[in-house]
Design a protein around this ligand. Structure first.
Ligand code: MIC
Ligand code: SF4
Length: 758
């Protein structure tokens, strides 16, 4: 079955005429990103040349995907919008809440019990609003989207930052917060600052130990975690064409780690092969007929530096494997330099666990290549020297890699196969001895390696590499092992070298017929069938946030001045806390508990100005809220990098934080805060961050003249009686100012529904 084929068919039927219309209006050669963005503009009569990185534009994506940890809050908000059904095809995926502990079957069973209430809720809302529901065990959102929903030239949003995975099938797929999803679900335009476009030409061809993962590991190092912010990364060149579709998806998926809005590859043979293999020949045929519109114009490829805002070339023939980390995905070390870097930085080199799989690296190609390394190792009497775990991305992948003998090979060296879910990647890992804070090293093929992410231990050094490199390192037990040059001692005491990995892009025997775990919505369900138990600690109906009272903010105590990296994992931790993703009050108890307090270098210990003593961040925030003042949060660069979780924005709003003032924001987090009615400001002069003292009271003035491009005045009243004043910028446009005025973006939808009598 092809999902939503009518929608896809009608998209391709209109594509040519839309492209002609765009050409007429813009009159210049087009990049692929522009073709897709302009064909998805909400009001077609608004097509004009937009300032990249400047103009806000409303889009109409073709579909929405949500995963269980973000869908709960998104749907709770959508329920307040008063709509009957979703405006575009939508799917929900149960993947984040399954704890990896004893292996797939047992873990899935446990999840069915511990998360029953949430799964029942999601399943019932999916029925009510006509949303496709993917049961626990079906697989990870991005893998399911690639296998079933993505199509070249389409546009989608997803409530998960790795939604760009679908760029591997030529789709503009963007990660957003739940409130953004609500706009699209409710049939409104979805707003995005028209992105800049980074062109990356891939030349040459991968060989040996190098893989698609190494391309994005290298690019993460080049661009850093901020370098892609506000940009789409568009790949092309013969090197791009030589990659499998799933390899392309890996690159687009992990592209989120550069802060990029999304990444995309132009349509080619690998996409036809993948669509055919996954039962979507009709989509492949339609895309083929429209091939010219699913690539940039030839003028762009002939002179890329002229048409892209930034242009990079990478020769795949020269690319060596990379290992990125620890603690950040952009610290990229070529494998040949690892011995030197590890020694220089004192990284612990004994690897305790190697983990492969996840949404970004569990394709047939990935698993078959990693399995070939194991097969070769076994034939040379080698054994694993680290623990080894595998999380398949979907039931489809699990079933065929089991059928084709790969999972059995992993088991032979002690590998443990977890459920088709996020598992350790998001801290859903009951790791043995994780609580003893022992310094240790792990290596995985996931996307992120922020402190505490996989196992909650701040002393776990997490490194990221391709599945085949992770597997080689598991066989050696050392971070510094380089399979290209080093040997291993086998069971007979002989020095042997691992053969280069070999794999297949797609299963030669096809994907077969399996129970994918999809649940078709049953129409006609009504409000009563939506199940939220009273007194539940997992789910809680939302109450609207209050509108702004029109006054400047005076005398707000500083809540916390966060020091250094402050990702969404620091702001609203996952792992244990995932269970409260549908309960705003409960999850607010984790607000900023991972952030480092600038004044004492501790986490979750800040000065409570009301009592003069040190307290936790959530307690102190609540005390300020209850005292009627609210509070201010300050931070440094790329604040809120990482996840799309809007809990990181709803929690401060719920706890009375009025203003977040930082050196710079990550895109999704800034939008999430704006949507929830928290004022987002950036220092005009970044050194003003240093002026903020622990016991400051802060005035935020100039809000009566709050307009696009205006500046806001920040006045710090220090406890010694002195004051310091400086200016802050904001990036609000007119409609976003309305969100702030109304108390949240959702309040506007709610109001307009009442006006229309819906
Ligand atoms: C992640 O990889 O950080 C997550 C967990 O998938 C998040 C979503 C979430 O926090 O629920 C993301 O990437 O958006
Ligand atoms: Fe799940 Fe990890 Fe992928 Fe996020 S990055 S969707 S947690 S597998």
């Amino acid at each position: 079955m092809i999902f939503d084929f009518e929608m896809i068919d009608s998209f391709y039927k209109q594509l040519e005429s839309r492209i002609l219309e765009i050409r007429k209006k813009l009159n210049h050669p087009l990049t692929l990103s522009e073709k897709i963005l302009f064909t998805h503009i909400y009001s077609r009569n608004h097509i004009k040349s937009f300032g990249r990185g400047i103009d806000y534009v409303d889009f109409l994506p073709d579909r929405v995907a949500m995963q269980d940890a973000t869908a709960q809050m998104a749907i709770l908000q959508f329920m307040m919008a008063g709509k009957e059904t979703t405006a575009v095809p939508t799917s929900v995926h149960c993947d984040h809440l399954i704890l990896a502990q004893s292996g797939a079957a047992a873990d899935l069973k446990t999840a069915g019990v511990t998360n029953k209430e949430v799964y029942d809720f999601l399943s019932s809302v999916c029925n009510k609003y006509d949303i496709g529901f993917w049961k626990p065990g079906a697989g990870i959102i991005h893998q399911i989207v690639l296998e079933n929903y993505a199509f070249p030239g389409g546009m989608m949003i997803g409530t998960d930052s790795h939604t760009p995975n679908a760029g591997g099938l030529g789709m503009i797929a963007i990660g957003v917060g739940g409130a953004d999803a609500v706009d699209v679900l409710a049939g409104m335009g979805w707003e995005l600052k028209f992105p800049k476009i980074i062109g990356i030409k891939l030349t040459g061809k991968l060989s040996g130990w190098s893989s698609a993962k190494d391309i994005i590991l290298k690019i993460s190092g080049l661009l850093t975690v901020k370098g892609g912010t506000g940009s789409i990364i568009e790949y092309f060149g013969e090197g791009a064409e030589s990659l499998s579709c799933t390899g392309k998806a890996t690159i687009c998926n992990m592209g989120a780690e550069t802060g990029a809005t999304c990444s995309i590859f132009s349509f080619d043979k690998s996409m036809i092969e993948y669509l055919n293999a996954t039962g979507r020949k009709d989509v492949a045929d339609l895309a083929r007929e429209n091939e010219a519109h699913l690539k940039a114009d030839s003028e762009v490829y002939a002179d890329p530096a002229r048409y892209y805002d930034q242009y990079i070339e990478i020769n795949l023939s020269e690319l060596e494997p990379y290992i990125n980390g620890p603690f950040t995905p952009d610290l990229a070390t070529p494998i040949s330099k690892m011995k030197e870097e590890a020694a220089k930085n004192n990284w612990p080199i004994d690897v305790e666990v190697g983990l492969i799989g996840s949404c970004t690296n569990s394709s047939y190609e990935d698993i078959s290549r990693a399995a070939s390394v194991v097969k070769n190792a076994l034939s040379q009497k080698l054994v694993a020297r680290s623990e080894f775990t595998i999380t398949p991305g979907s039931e489809q992948i699990r079933a065929i890699t089991e059928r084709d003998g790969f999972l059995e090979l992993f088991r032979k060296i002690g590998g443990q196969v977890f459920a088709n879910a996020c598992g350790p990647c998001i801290g859903q890992w009951a790791r043995k001895d994780a609580n003893n804070k022992k310094v240790n090293t792990i290596i995985h093929s996931f996307n992120r390696n922020f402190a505490k992410r996989t196992d909650g231990n701040p002393n776990t050094y997490g490194f990221v590499a391709s599945p085949e490199i992770v597997t080689a390192i598991v066989l050696s037990g050392k971070l510094t092992f380089n399979p290209l040059t080093d040997t291993l001692t086998n069971g007979d005491g002989i020095e042997v070298r691992l053969a280069e990995p070999e794999g297949l892009n797609l299963p030669p025997d096809g994907f077969g017929n399996i129970d994918s775990g999809y649940q078709k919505p049953v129409h006609g369900s009504d409000e009563k069938s939506i199940i939220i138990a009273s007194g539940s600690d997992r789910l809680q109906m939302l109450s609207p946030f209050k509108e702004w009272d029109g006054k400047d903010f005076f005398n707000l105590p500083l809540l916390i001045k966060a020091k250094g990296k402050c990702t969404t994992d620091h702001i609203s931790m996952a792992g244990f806390w995932l269970k409260y993703r549908g309960h705003l009050e409960n999850i607010s108890e984790n607000y900023m508990i991972g952030a480092l307090n600038y004044f004492n270098d501790q986490t979750n210990s800040i000065l409570n100005q009301l009592t003069g003593s040190y307290d936790t961040v959530p307690h102190t925030a609540r005390a300020y809220r209850e005292s009627g003042s609210g509070s201010v949060v300050a931070g440094e660069e790329n604040f809120g990098e990482g996840s799309s979780r809007e809990h990181a924005a709803m929690e401060p709003r719920f706890l009375g934080v009025k203003v977040v003032l930082v050196k710079s924001f990550a895109r999704i987090h800034e939008t999430n805060l704006k949507k929830q009615g928290v004022l987002t400001l950036t220092f005009v002069n970044k050194d003003d961050y240093n002026k903020i003292k622990e016991d400051d009271k802060i005035d935020i003035t100039g809000l009566s003249k709050f307009a696009p491009g205006s500046q806001i005045t920040v006045t710090l009243a220090h406890s010694d009686g002195t004051k310091e004043k400086f200016l802050a910028n904001h990036s609000y446009n007119e409609s976003q100012i309305e969100w702030f005025n109304a108390g949240s973006a959702l309040n506007i939808i709610r109001k307009s529904n009442k006006i229309n009598g819906i």
